[in-house]
Design a binder for this molecule. Structure first.
Ligand SMILES: [Zn+2]
Length: 515
């Protein structure tokens, strides 16, 4: 059985999805979960792209011990040097350097001849190999490159010190048959090919990203690049969970498997969906809400007689289980701590206390506190390290079918002072948002509003997502509460606070350039 290395790029390619912007705490939380899932390599960002990206790559490199952390760099010395600064403290520093390899990219994007391009790639890999123990070279747009040229580029970069060669389908253009031929061609025409691990990276523009990844694996790829829930540029990347489960269920056919802890898949998927603010469609393979629901009578009958009649993947395999009561009002700190540790809690004593308080508070409102609820409370606390910003104190809404909804809000301002306001709206949520807008400086425009429950049931926790335009930025926000109106207020304030942090960042960066 061949072992396929999983290279997760949720935090780099996935974060490039339209509308996704993760802050440092959120990236760290995802990185810790990816470590629990057991990914071999984690691409944490593109350190030279911004100060924020540099910082998050550095933090992740210093925190994660059981996965190799990598960062992206263009084939220029300064990008590689910046990436080294961000990654040098990691357990196993790894660089991912890339340059385009197709005629269209060479001619129009880079304005380079093939010889110049090989020269640049070789120099970059040599420079990278003088610092990093592992250097991955990516021939961007490889699926549209000419095979003899690609083989030459690959051979020369291996000679220069690359240890992994990635041949991406950057634009999602190739087919399983073609990608298989490309990998087979390299195996046959690149003399040093056995010195490196071949890697595949596929986009889903034609819906073939997972199929292409599996075809590449069949033809010699030993590493697969993917993202959780398949998020990423345009139509996204190959979905990690689909590749991992396909290899596992069809071991008989592929004769290959990953080293992932598959029962962490569902939780990883939920966390990424929540923090990236990208809901998972119900019919999504492996992790969709309906993936294990059998509706047809004939199927249900078969399932009752023998599960294998219609079920090829068991829900347990990927960590999907009936939500069960885990803790209640009378649970003590010790049992609570044990449960949190099981869920991967990695915070300090203050954060523990915050989660414990929120849990006790929730026990007063909700009969059964499930694992999913605890996970929601934990993520909320761990990713909400925003300081010096607006803080909701109280919210009160007056609503009746025959009167105009009126909201009263008390809020702590960034200065520490308290403010109270009241306003009306055509509905309760609008009344709250109109009131908040009176307290917050400058106009805030609401672009999107979505609500869902953490898991079913009349007393479920509510999660609200909003998208706002504020101070020249578009920002998303999230709020979790037992009451939908409180969750709505929290989400709005969260979006504003995130904008303020981003604004402060841009200010710093501009200053830095001016100096
Ligand atoms: Zn990509």
């Amino acid at each position: 059985m061949r072992k396929i290395n999983v290279f997760d790029t949720t935090l780099r390619d996935g974060e490039q999805s339209a509308g996704v912007s993760l802050n440092l705490e959120e990236k760290l939380e995802i990185a810790r979960q990816l470590e629990r899932l057991g990914v071999d390599i984690m691409e944490a960002g593109f350190p030279a792209s911004s100060k924020g990206d540099f910082q998050s790559v550095q933090q992740i490199a210093r925190t994660i011990k059981n996965s190799s952390i990598t960062g992206l760099a263009r084939a220029v010395q300064s990008d590689i040097d910046t990436a080294w600064e961000a990654l040098k403290d990691s357990a196993e520093p790894r660089l991912h350097v890339f340059i385009a390899s197709s005629p269209i990219h060479m001619q129009y994007k880079l304005n380079m001849t093939p010889d110049q391009l090989v020269e640049r790639a070789v120099q970059s890999v040599k420079h990278a190999a003088s610092k990093f123990p592992h250097v991955q070279f990516s021939a961007e747009d490889a699926s549209r490159a000419e095979l003899p040229f690609l083989a030459r580029l690959v051979e020369e970069t291996i000679q220069a010190g690359a240890t992994v060669i990635n041949l991406p389908d950057t634009v999602g253009f190739t087919t399983p048959h073609e990608i298989g031929k490309m990998f087979a061609y390299m195996k046959e025409h690149v003399p040093s090919i056995d010195k490196v691990v071949l890697s595949t990276h596929n986009h889903n523009d034609l819906g073939m990203a997972v199929a292409n990844s599996l075809a590449a694996i069949q033809n010699g790829a030993g590493q697969v690049e993917c993202t959780v829930n398949g998020i990423g540029e345009r139509a996204g990347n190959a979905a990690l969970e689909e590749i991992a489960v396909a290899l596992n269920i069809r071991k008989d056919y592929y004769k290959a498997d990953t080293g992932l802890t598959l029962k962490e898949i569902k939780r990883t998927s939920s966390l990424v969906s929540k923090l990236a603010n990208m809901p998972v469609p119900g019919n999504k393979a492996v992790v969709g809400a309906n993936a294990f629901a059998h509706e047809s009578g004939i199927h249900q009958d078969g399932m009752l007689k023998n599960k294998e009649t219609y079920e090829i993947i068991t829900p347990e395999l990927v960590g999907v289980h009936e939500s069960s009561m885990v803790l209640g009002k009378h649970s003590g700190r010790h049992a609570f701590k044990e449960k949190l540790t099981e869920l991967g809690f990695a915070g300090d004593a203050t954060q523990f206390q915050q989660i414990f308080d929120a849990f006790k508070d929730l026990c007063d409102k909700k009969k059964e506190v499930t694992e999913d609820d605890l996970f929601a409370l934990m993520t909320e606390t761990m990713t909400d390290a925003i300081q010096e910003s607006y803080e909701l104190q109280t919210v009160q809404v007056n609503y009746g079918t025959n009167n105009i909804p009126t909201a009263t809000v008390t809020m702590k301002l960034p200065s520490g002072e308290m403010a109270q306001e009241a306003a009306t709206g055509s509905g309760s949520v609008e009344a709250i948002y109109n009131t908040l807008e009176r307290i917050i400086e400058g106009p805030v425009s609401l672009e999107d509003y979505r609500i869902q429950s953490v898991n079913g049931g009349g007393d479920a926790l509510a999660e609200v997502y909003v998208q706002v335009k504020y101070a020249g930025f578009e920002s998303s926000g999230r709020g979790t509460a037992h009451d939908v109106l409180e969750a709505s207020a929290k989400a709005y304030i969260n979006a504003v606070n995130r904008t303020l942090i981003r604004k402060a960042y841009e200010q710093e960066q501009t200053n830095k350039v001016n100096i």
